[in-house]
Design a protein around this ligand. Sequence first.
Ligand SMILES: [Zn+2]
Ligand SMILES: [Zn+2]
Length: 148
Amino acid sequence: MNKAGAPADQLDIAMRLIRQRGGRCTRPRRVVLEALLDAGGQLRTAEELFAISRRSDPEITESTVYRTLTLLEDLGLASHVHLGHGPSHWYLKAARARWYLTCSACDAVIDTDAAVFDHLVDDIAARTGFKVDAGHFAVTGTCAACST
Ligand SMILES: [Zn+2]
Ligand SMILES: [Zn+2]
């Protein structure tokens, strides 16, 4: 996502998507999207995004950032993941959801395409009718370096 073009282009694309999906392009939405783009694909907590957002809009409140993130998630432009016991982490959602793996030995966070789990998700749906919300929680385990 961060290599798809200049951040300004990506912001325009994201704002266009908001309009296409029936949302309005308000200033807080632009500012929070900018903060997510600024992360360059890295995960950010809502608190971190609030701090970044305040640089371009000193008036923005923490609750506005939270509300905007939820709205961007409803519009399919952002997503969040629970890596552990701390606050949730947010990211700009590309075409597909991501699935995060965390190492319980060294706390490394590995980012993988949720498609890796498609077979498992389909299998669970076929067997039980349960629809897995892929990527909402990180999968814990041991990374390659810690396994050796
Ligand atoms: Zn590790
Ligand atoms: Zn959640």
